[in-house]
Write a protein that binds this ligand. Structure first.
Ligand code: BMX
Ligand code: ZN
Length: 318
C-alpha cells in the first residue's frame, strides 16, 4: 500500500492527513492556525502535523510518497510560493521551501478549493467526470475547476476564483476589494450578513427572536426560522437561493461541465436549499434544451475533500 500526506491549511485550523492509495484517510492530526503569526511558524506547525498524522497512522515518514498542501489564496504550484492569502496574512510565502526544510519528500501546493475539487474528482461526487467544477459554500465561496482530469488554475495560478465574479454590480463589499461578488452573497458569511440585515429591518420577526435566544446569528438562523414559519426568514432564504442559482448558472454557462458539485456547511440544509436552486438553474441554463445537461450534485467528502485532494496533488497535473 502506498501512502500520501495532505495538509488542509485554513484560517482557523491546520489539518494534516495520511491517505492511502485507495483514497482512505488513515489518520489525521490538527492544530489551530492561530493567525496572524509569522508564516514560518505556521509552516513548522504544518510539518509537525504531518509527522503527528504519520505517527497516528502507525507509519514513519519513510512510508510517505509525498506531501501536498491546500491553502487559501493564490498558490503558485510551479514556484511553491503562496503569493497572497489575505486571511492568513501571507504575502510571497515560500511554503514549499519551508515544508521541504522539515520533510525530505516532494512537496506540492494548490489553492484549497482547487485541492478540494480534485479530491471530489478522484474520490467523491465528481468521480468519473471529465470536466467538473466544485464550489464550496463556507466562510468564502471556494471553487475548483477540473478540465480533462487536470486542475485548471489559470496562467498565473490566480484563476478558478468563481467566488470573485460579480453577480450584483455595486453590491455588497467583498473581502477581495470588489463589490457584489458571488462570494459576498452565497458564502455562509454572506447568508449571515443578509440574515442580520433582515433582523435589523424587522426586529420583531421570529427570526430575530431565535437569534436573540441563541445569542448569535448563524448560517442556520434563517433556515431554522423559515421552518418555524417565519415569512421574513423565508424571504432571506429565497434571496440566498436566487443569488446562489445565479452564480451556479453563470458557472455552468461558462464551463458546461459534466458535473457541478456543491459543498460546504450551508449544503447541510439539504433539499430545502437544493431543490429550488436546481429548479432555477434548470430554467436558466443556456443548455436547457440540450440532451446533455450538467449534473448538479452535493459534494461527498465534506472537509476531507481538501485533505484527499492535497494528498493526491502529486498525480494532479502529471
Ligand atoms: C476566498 C479566497 C479563495 C478560497 C475561498 C474559500 C483567499 C485568502 N481566499 O474566496 O482563495 O478558495 O475563499 O475559502 O483569497 P474558505 O475559507 O471558505 O474555505
Ligand atoms: Zn470578491
Amino acid at each position: 500500500m502506498k501512502y500520501y500526506a495532505g495538509i488542509d491549511l485554513g484560517g482557523t485550523n491546520i489539518v494534516a492527513g495520511v491517505v492511502d492509495e485507495e483514497y482512505n484517510i488513515v489518520a489525521k492530526a490538527s492544530t489551530k492556525t492561530n493567525c496572524p503569526r509569522p508564516d514560518k511558524e505556521i509552516a513548522d506547525d504544518m510539518a509537525k502535523m504531518v509527522f503527528q498524522a504519520v505517527k497516528n497512522a502507525g507509519l514513519t515518514i519513510d512510508d510517505i510518497e509525498w506531501v501536498g498542501i491546500g491553502t487559501p489564496g493564490i498558490a503558485n504550484s510551479s514556484t511553491g510560493v503562496i503569493e497572497r492569502a489575505n486571511n492568513l496574512g501571507f504575502e510571497n510565502t515560500p511554503m514549499v521551501k519551508y515544508i521541504s526544510e522539515s520533510i525530505d519528500k516532494p512537496v506540492f501546493i494548490e489553492n484549497d478549493a482547487n485541492a478540494a475539487a480534485y479530491g471530489e474528482y478522484v474520490a467523491g461526487a465528481a468521480k468519473g467526470a471529465k470536466d467538473a467544477v466544485c464550489i464550496t459554500l463556507g466562510t468564502g465561496v471556494g471553487s475548483g475547476i477540473i478540465v480533462d482530469g487536470k486542475i485548471y488554475a489559470g496562467s498565473n495560478f490566480a484563476g478558478a476564483e468563481i467566488g470573485h465574479t460579480v453577480i450584483e454590480v455595486d453590491g455588497a463589499q467583498c473581502s477581495c476589494g470588489r463589490k457584489g461578488c458571488f462570494e459576498a452573497y452565497s458564502s455562509a458569511t454572506g447568508l449571515i450578513r443578509m440574515t442580520k440585515e433582515a433582523i435589523a429591518l424587522f426586529p420583531d420577526c421570529e427570526m430575530a427572536k431565535m437569534a436573540e435566544e441563541k445569542g448569535k446569528v448563524t448560517a442556520r438562523t434563517s433556515f431554522d426560522a423559515m421552518r418555524a414559519g417565519d415569512k421574513k426568514a423565508k424571504d432571506v432564504v429565497d434571496k440566498y437561493i436566487k443569488y446562489l442559482a445565479a452564480g451556479i448558472t453563470n458557472t455552468i454557462n461558462i464551463f458546461q461541465p459534466d458535473i457541478l458539485c456543491i459543498g460546504g456547511g450551508v449544503c447541510n440544509e439539504g433539499d430545502p436549499l437544493l431543490l429550488p436552486v436546481k429548479a432555477l438553474v434548470e430554467k436558466e441554463d443556456f443548455a436547457s434544451n440540450s440532451a446533455k445537461r450538467t449534473e448538479i450534485v452535493i459534494a461527498k467528502l465534506g472537509n476531507d475533500a481538501g485533505i484527499i485532494g492535497a494528498a493526491f496533488l502529486g498525480k494532479a497535473n502529471s
